[in-house]
Ligand binder design. Structure first.
Ligand SMILES: [Zn+2]
Length: 485
């Protein structure tokens, strides 16, 4: 299937999507299919001739993409961002030449290897002026450390310097002015305004599209994915009709939006099950997302211990062993991945084995509290700090994918045991990571009450409707079932 994104060249996030020949078949065991297919990107960037306004000013990006749509769509947006041309005008070569010159600001982008004296030279400004500016105040010293890509704004009238502005950060700007042959300069601090915003969406094909339609940036969508990702598998669990509401912060500078995030609170209904997340910072300064009960959104275990290309063998109590060629229960999950792929501890724990273990090859076993343990087999090597008796943290690299022991190719064999009994690592219920400490429960309730009330207001269905007409239907069936406005 092909997705096409149209993005205006001025990079106002006006994105339209067209999908040719989409094939969403949710009844398939998507896992193997999804993960097995590689996303291939073809990008066509059509630059305008700079004359016609509309179509020519559109960057068209196209991708032949398989599921998961989320990552394909994200890849396109990233490509678009990098393809979006810079719109800073180059300084004119000879500003003196034009006779009726009104005072105007020129923006200069610092190039690699540039210095302020080179920039002054390019603008035909004298070294003496540069010296005056540099010595006009202590604040002016920040001009000494220019980085490529940073911008300087000059106000030059009929070849004569009037002002300079340099804004190394959103909130800090150096201003230098010339009056009566004297230069004065100082740094001006601007406070950002923060406003809370709310977005609601309903999914009909993908979270990413619904998020864009609701007005969320890709950054906020990915934030939502990471908050709920412990409970919802966004590649496999998303269904048409799933709904979300997000309360988030936007930053403004002089009434212009300059950024968004973090998400302050969110609710997600996935297949009729509802999850709430509230951002809370404890008096000690620890920030995390918790549900309304103060229980952490994080889980005590990661679902998968590595970045894998596909699951080559699932949990199956009656499987024919590929090497031994006889029925032998497969009490774990095999993740195919290239040799050397890092393997992470799925939870905090203690190493009970780190070394060779028969057909398992190089193996690590971790014990997590009294009842749970995890096993990682066929490693090419075990991390140096993963030794028997040592403690490891969730996400810590404990070894690397290989094919030691009885293995046909490089993969990780992963097992999850509860009270010594093998459980399917893909479906076993994980305990939550620790929640809000008891002593902060009252503080948590107080600080999150307002956001929780907002979340619990009836999610108006089809809220994204007014924006929906901008989005081209993904396929005939879906557009037919879609309500008409
Ligand atoms: Zn296996």
């Amino acid at each position: 299937m092909t997705y096409r994104a149209y993005i205006k060249k001025d990079y106002k996030p006006e994105i339209r999507w067209v999908a040719d020949r989409p094939q969403f078949n949710r009844s398939l065991p998507l896992l193997a299919v999804t993960l097995g297919i590689v996303v291939s990107l073809t990008v066509f960037v059509l630059f305008s001739d700079g004359k016609s306004e509309n179509k020519a000013n559109t960057v068209v990006l196209e991708t032949n993409a398989s599921l998961p749509l989320e990552s394909a769509a994200l890849a396109i947006v990233r490509e678009a961002e990098s393809a979006a041309p810079t719109i800073i005008p180059e300084p004119e070569q000879n500003p003196v030449d034009s006779k009726v010159e009104t005072p105007r600001w020129q923006t200069v982008v610092v190039r690699k290897g540039d210095s302020l004296s080179m920039i002054f030279d390019r603008l035909s400004l004298s070294p003496r002026l540069l010296y005056q500016i540099m010595h006009s105040s202590d604040d002016a010293k920040i001009l000494k450390e220019l980085l490529p890509g940073q911008k300087l704004d000059f106000l030059i009238e009929q070849g004569e310097f009037l002002s300079l502005r340099f804004e190394p950060e959103l909130t800090r700007m150096l201003e230098a002015h010339k009056s009566a042959d004297k230069i004065s300069s100082n740094i001006v601090i601007t406070e950002l305004d923060y406003r809370n915003k709310q977005a609601t969406g309903r999914i009909d094909s993908s979270l990413f599209l619904a998020g864009l339609r609701a007005g969320l940036s890709d950054r906020l969508i990915m934030q939502m994915v990471s908050i709920f990702g412990w409970d919802i598998d966004f590649a496999l669990d998303i269904r048409e009709g799933d709904e979300f509401k997000v309360i988030y912060q936007e930053q403004f500078k002089d009434n212009v939006k300059v950024g968004d995030g973090p998400i302050l609170a969110a609710i997600f209904t996935n297949r009729k099950e509802t999850y709430r997340a509230l951002r809370y910072t404890s008096p000690e300064g620890q920030t995390n997302y918790f549900n309304e009960e103060g229980i952490s959104m994080r889980k005590a275990f990661l679902r998968t211990p590595l970045k894998f290309s596909r699951i080559s063998s699932g949990f199956n109590l009656r499987r024919k062993h590929p090497v031994l060629n006889r029925i032998r229960a497969h009490k774990g999950v095999d993740y195919a991945a290239p040799t050397g792929t890092p393997i992470k501890a799925t939870g905090d724990g203690t190493v009970t084995l780190a070394g060779r273990k028969g057909g398992y090859g190089r193996t690590v076993i971790l014990k997590h509290g009294g009842t749970r343990s995890t096993l990682y087999a066929h490693m090419s090597s075990i991390s140096k700090n993963t030794r028997k008796g040592k403690r490891v943290k969730q996400g810590q690299i404990i070894g690397y994918v290989g094919k030691s022991g009885l293995a046909t190719g490089p993969h990780l064999h992963y097992e999850f045991r509860v009270n010594g009994v093998h459980r399917n690592p893909l479906t076993v219920k994980f305990p939550n990571a620790s929640g809000v400490p008891n002593k902060y429960r009252a503080d948590f309730k107080k600080k999150t009450a307002e956001h929780l009330a907002l979340l619990n207001q009836q999610v108006p269905t089809r809220l994204a409707d007014n924006k929906e007409s901008k989005v081209i239907a993904l396929d005939e069936t879906r557009s037919a079932s879609r309500r008409v406005h």
